[in-house]
Every structure is written in C-alpha cells, then in structure tokens.
Design a protein around this ligand. Structure first.
Ligand code: KIV
Length: 274
C-alpha cells in the first residue's frame, strides 16, 4: 500500500468555497498532453469554446459544436487528475429552452466526466441556470463580454463603460449568482465595475480582462504561452513566446532532413554500433 495520499480532484464545492479567499487559478485546456502539463499548477481547467478560434482557426466561437466540446472535454479529463474540469456549452446548444440546455449539458457531463459546464448569459438565462443546478448540473456563468454574442454586442469590446451598461452587467452577475451558479466568469469589464461585482456578488467571480480584486483569474493557455499570435488583447500577459521556438525547431528539423543529417544512426533500427 502506498504511503502517499492519493490526489483528489478539486470539486465544485472547493471552488465555491474560495469566495474572498485564496484566488482560484484557471487556464483553458483542450487536449490531454496540455492537461498533463497544467494540472499540477491550476485549480480549474476550462475547456473553453475559444478552441474554435485557437485550435480550429475560426473567426469567432459561433461555429463550435457540441461534439467538438465533448471530444476536447474528454481528452482534458484523461490528461488531468487534480484540477476541476469545466466544459463550455457551445453557441446554440442551450439558448433555445431549459430542456434543450439540460439534455445537452447532461450529455457533456456523461460523455466527458467533467465536473460542470459553463454557459454565457445574464438575467435572461437565470431560469435555465436554475433549472440545470436544481437537477444536478453544476453551472459556471459567464457575463460581461460574452463572445457568443459578439455580433449582437457590436464586436469584441469592453463592457460597463456607460452607467446603463454597468448596471446591466451587475444585474446579470446578481441574477446568475441567485440562480445557483457555483462561479461566474467576468470578461472584458471595466476594472472599477469588476471590483464592485467581486465585492457585492456572493459567488466566486473569475476575471478575464476584469480586475485583480476578482476571486480568481482565467486566461487562454495559448495566449499565455505565446502560441496564439493572431492578436493580443490588452488583458493578456504572455509568459513565453513559444511560437518563435516552434518556428526555430521546424527550421532546424527541415535543415537536418534536407541535409540528410536526420535520422542519424541512433534513430535507426538494426544499425550496428561502430
Ligand atoms: O472560451 C473560453 O476559453 C472562455 C474563457 C476565455 C473564459 O470562455
């Protein structure tokens, strides 16, 4: 018998208990190998529908399907053992009715083994969120800038600059909290408003382009690594420029192949050592 305590996966309850306590560390993840690298360091792995833009090269997240989310969610689960894994519900998979939302969310939970799902929407989605949470589906909300509503909102832009918009974002966060969400992503929202929401809303608020006062932070992993270079929003901190290294490695490999330096004898089978 091992003397080591087996690692326990972080639960929704653990995350919900972090309100006003140690910040929740969250990164996006779409694959098993990346999950293995990130898992020891984060509390939450979010299988975001940002994968549509980051992995599939789409212009927005609107073309992402339920099957894509399930495949990447299951891969992330296979690569992790410690972090709480949440899977995004893609555009069109939950907005039609609360029954549609339940059916698709239940499929995501059953087929990936994740701990909960994320939906974008404010007061208008509160009824659906309550329906899901009352039936055993933990929900992470997402208010402020909601990429699935990019066209309706007039593009990717910061929210809460006008008084009317600020009170809408605050009311959205309150409604999602009251509906039973265990945490809420607050995206692209002016800092003073984000600070106020983190202080006034009793649910864990996870910021992205929001405020250091939030109860946690999330970023897209490929942004952090410098692997997604199409654009860099102001709120992203790049901790590495791996795209440069990838290019250097590809060039070195190509030079070796063209010069017949690769494969060497050490990479071949049945070659006698001299
Ligand atoms: O889709 C996503 O990755 C997200 C995060 C950036 C919050 O929603």
């Amino acid at each position: 018998m091992s003397a080591q305590t087996p690692t326990r996966r972080t639960t929704i309850t653990d995350i919900a208990a972090r309100k006003g306590a140690e910040p929740v560390v969250c990164l996006t993840c779409y694959s098993a190998p990346m999950a293995q690298f990130l898992d020891p360091h984060v509390d939450l792995l979010l299988v975001g529908d940002s994968l549509g833009m980051v992995v599939y090269g789409l212009d927005t997240t609107l073309g992402v399907t339920l099957d894509m989310m399930i495949n990447h969610g299951a891969a992330t689960m296979r690569g992790s053992s410690k972090a709480c894994v949440i899977v995004d519900m893609p555009f069109g998979s939950y907005q039609e009715s609360r029954e549609q939302a339940f059916r698709n969310a239940a499929r995501v939970m059953a087929e990936t083994g994740c701990s909960g799902i994320k939906v974008e929407g404010g007061a208008e989605l509160a009824d659906t969120i309550a329906f899901l949470t009352q039936r055993g589906i933990p929900v992470m909300g997402h208010v402020g800038l909601m990429p699935q509503s990019v066209h309706a909102a007039g593009g990717f832009r910061t929210h809460g600059r006008s008084e009317a918009e600020a009170s809408k974002v605050l009311n959205d966060a309150r409604a999602v909290s009251e509906a039973g969400a265990f945490s809420i992503v607050l995206e692209g929202t002016v800092e003073p408003l984000a600070q106020r929401i983190a202080a006034e809303v009793p649910t864990v608020i996870i910021g992205i382009g929001a405020s250091p006062a939030c109860d946690g932070q999330v970023l897209v992993t490929e942004d952090v690594l410098g692997l997604f270079t199409d654009f860099k929003p102001k709120f992203v901190k790049r901790y590495a420029e791996l795209s440069v290294q990838v290019g250097d490695v590809a060039r070195a490999y190509a030079d070796d192949v063209r010069a017949r330096r690769f494969p060497g004898p050490e990479h071949c089978f049945g070659v006698k050592k001299s």
